[in-house]
Design a protein around this ligand. Structure first.
Ligand code: XMP
Length: 521
C-alpha cells in the first residue's frame, strides 16, 4: 500500500464494470489516493486496515435480481463512513439495506436526462433543484423501493430513483455513470462526494508519492542489489530513474537490444542512462539470439513466449555476472495488476501474454520491485516530470517489450525488420512534423505478410503492404483510432511508398479497441 497513514484514501469495490478504472482516475485527479479491489477480495480486516474515508461501489454486468449475484461486504455499511453506489453499486446497496430492485421494461442505455427533485450534498454548486440534466445510463434493472432513511433526489424516465440519498448516513446511490465523460457534470458530482462529503483533503501529490516510493524501496532493498530491465519505454525508464535516486550504485539496468527496436532506440536509451544519469548499465546486444530463436515461428503467442523466455535467459546471465542480485524491478502499471472481475467472478481471459507482467520472478527466483503498480500511464508521465526526466522521453508513445516482432505478423526476417524500421521512422517523423505526435496515444507501422502488385514509374512492382496505426486512449485498455485528415493520409502514403524500398501499398487501420487490440499480435 502506497499511501502513508496521513493520506486520505478512498476504496473502490469493483463489481466488474468496464468503466471502474475511470472512477479511480477521477478520484486521483482530485488529489485523493484510491485503490480498486474486486468486491470478493475485500475481507473485513483488510478494509479496516486500509482505513478508507469513503467507499465507492462500482457498476457491473450482473443483476441483483439473480441468485448468487455479487454483494458488497456488510461491513461497508457499518463503518460509519460515506458510501456511494453507482449503477449496480446502487442496486446492491438498496437490496442489502432493505430496499427492492426489479427488472425494468424501460431499459436505458446511453444518453438520458434526469430531473432534479431536491438538493443533496452531491449536487452542491453543480445541479439546481428542478433542473433537467444530461447523464449517461446503462441499466436494465431499477430500484423500486427505497431502504429506510433514503429519499429520491433525482428521477429519469427509466429510473424513478435515479439518484437516492440518505444524507444522515452519507449514503448515496446513482443509477447513471458519473465517471464517464458523457455525463457532463459527472466529475463534479464525484468531487462533491470525495471532497465535501468524505472530507478528503486532496493533498495526494506526485511529489509525495515520489518520496514515499523512495523510502519504501530503500526499506525493501536494504544493502542488496537490484536489476532493472530497460526497454526504452516510459515506464521502465521512470522506474530506473526512481531506483537510481533511491539506491544509486546498488542498481544495474539491463538494456536488451533484441534487434527488434525502433530506429535509433538503442542509442537514445544508452545516451540518456549512461551519460545523463550515470547509471550502471549493461547493454546486451542480443539480436542474433532473438532472431535465431524466432526463425520460422509465425504464431503470435509462440513469438511472445520465445521472446519472454529469451529475456529471462539474458537477465539471468546478467544477474549471475553481477552476483548477489536479490531483486528485479519492473515497470508494471495499475491497469496490468487490477484483477478485473468477470461476470462469473473469475479471472478474465488471457488475450496476449505480456512478457513484462508476471512470470519472470517465479522462474528467476528474484523478488519483485514494482514502484508504479498503483499508477496509471498518465500518472507515470507526471512522475517522470517530477523526476525532471527529459520531456522527449516522458512523452514517448508506449513501446511494447517484444518490439517490432509483434508488428510483423507471420515469420520475422531481417529483411522485414529493416523495411519496418524504416517505415516506422518515416511515419513517426511525419507525425512530429505535422504536430500530431502529442495528440496521439500510440502510433506505429505494421508490415503485413502480404505482397500486392503495383505500378511504379512504368514498371510493375510486387511488394509488401504497410498498415499504419494511430490510436487515442487514456490507459491502453480501450482505444479509438485517430481521425487523420485525408491530407495527412495522402502525404504519408506517398512518402512511405516513395521512401521505403519493399512497400508499394499503405492501408490505415481504423479498428477501435475493443474489438481490436492496439498491437496486431
Ligand atoms: P494491446 O495490443 O493489448 O496493447 O491492445 C495495449 C498496450 O500494451 C502494449 N503492449 C505491451 N507492452 N509488453 C509491453 O511492455 C508486451 O508484451 C506488450 N504487448 C502490448 C501495447 O503496445 C499497447 O500500448
Amino acid at each position: 500500500m502506497n499511501a502513508n497513514n496521513n493520506t486520505d484514501r478512498i476504496l473502490i469495490l469493483d463489481f466488474g464494470s468496464q468503466v471502474t478504472q475511470l472512477i479511480a482516475r477521477r478520484v486521483r485527479e482530485f488529489g485523493v489516493y484510491c485503490e480498486i479491489w474486486p468486491f470478493n477480495n475485500a475481507a473485513d480486516d483488510k478494509i479496516t486496515k486500509f482505513n478508507p474515508k469513503a467507499i465507492i461501489l462500482s457498476g457491473g454486468p450482473s443483476s441483483v435480481t439473480e441468485e448468487n449475484s455479487p454483494r458488497a461486504p456488510e461491513i461497508v455499511f457499518n463503518l460509519g463512513i460515506p458510501v456511494l453506489g453507482i449503477c449496480y453499486g446502487q442496486q446492491t446497496m438498496c437490496e442489502q439495506l432493505g430496499g427492492k430492485v426489479e427488472s425494468s421494461d424501460h431499459k436505458e442505455f446511453g444518453r438520458a436526462f434526469v430531473q432534479i427533485k431536491q438538493n443533496c450534498a452531491l449536487f452542491q454548486d453543480v445541479w439546481l433543484e428542478n433542473s433537467q440534466e444530461e447523464v449517461w445510463m446503462s441499466h436494465g434493472d431499477k430500484v423500486v423501493s427505497l431502504p429506510n432513511g433514503f429519499e429520491v433526489v433525482a428521477v429519469s424516465d427509466g429510473a424513478p430513483n435515479a439518484v437516492i440519498a440518505n444524507e444522515n448516513k452519507k449514503f448515496y446511490g446513482i443509477q447513471f455513470h458519473p465517471e464517464v465523460v458523457h455525463t457532463p457534470h459527472g466529475k463534479e458530482l464525484l468531487k462533491n462526494f470525495v471532497i465535501n462529503v468524505a472530507n478528503c483533503s486532496g493533498n495526494w501529490t506526485m511529489s509525495a508519492f515520489r518520496q514515499q516510493e523512495i523510502d519504501k524501496i530503500r526499506a525493501q532493498v536494504g544493502d542488496k542489489k537490484v536489476i532493472c530491465g530497460l526497454s526504452g519505454g516510459v515506464d521502465s525508464s521512470v522506474v530506473a530513474v526512481l531506483l537510481n535516486e533511491a539506491i544509486g550504485d546498488q542498481l544495474t539496468c539491463i538494456f536488451v537490444d533484441t534487434g527488434m527496436m525502433r530506429e535509433g532506440e538503442a542509442e537514445e536509451v544508452i545516451e540518456l542512462f549512461q551519460n545523463h544519469y550515470n547509471i550502471n548499465l549493461i547493454h546486451s546486444k542480443s539480436s542474433d539470439l532473438f532472431l535465431s530463436r524466432l526463425s520460422g515461428v509465425s504464431d503470435p503467442e509462440q513469438k511472445r513466449k520465445i521472446i519472454g523466455k529469451t529475456f529471462i535467459d539474458i537477465f539471468e546471465d546478467c544477474a549471475n555476472s553481477i552476483g548477489d542480485v536479490d531483486f528485479l524491478a519492473q515497470g508494471t502499471l495499475y491497469p496490468d495488476v487490477i484483477e478485473s472481475v468477470s461476470f462469473t467472478g473469475g479471472p478474465s481471459v488471457t488475450i496476449k501474454s505480456h512478457h513484462n507482467v508476471g512470470g519472470l520472478p517465479d522462474k528467476m527466483n528474484l523478488k519483485l520491485i514494482e514502484p508504479l503498480r498503483e499508477l496509471f500511464k498518465d500518472e507515470v508521465r507526471i512522475l517522470g516530470a517530477e523526476l525532471e526526466m527529459p520531456e522527449a522521453f516522458i512523452k514517448r508513445h508506449p513501446f511494447p517489450g517484444p518490439g517490432l516482432a509483434i508488428r510483423i505478423p507471420g515469420e520475422i526476417t531481417l529483411e522485414k525488420l529493416e523495411i519496418l524500421r524504416k517505415a516506422d521512422k518515416i511515419y513517426l517523423d511525419a507525425l512530429h512534423e505535422w504536430d500530431l505526435y502529442d495528440k496521439i496515444w500510440q502510433a506505429f507501422a505494421v508490415l503485413l505478410p502480404v505482397k500486392t502488385v503495383g505500378v511504379m514509374g512504368d514498371s510493375r512492382s510486387y511488394e509488401y503492404v504497410c498498415a499504419i496505426r494511430a490510436v487515442t486512449s487514456t490507459d491502453g485498455m480501450t482505444a479509438d483510432y485517430y481521425h487523420f485528415s485525408h491530407e495527412f493520409l495522402s502525404y504519408i502514403s506517398t512518402k512511405l511508398i516513395n521512401e521505403t524500398r519493399g512497400i508499394n501499398r499503405v492501408v490505415y487501420d481504423i479498428t477501435s479497441k475493443p474489438p481490436g487490440t492496439i498491437e496486431w499480435e
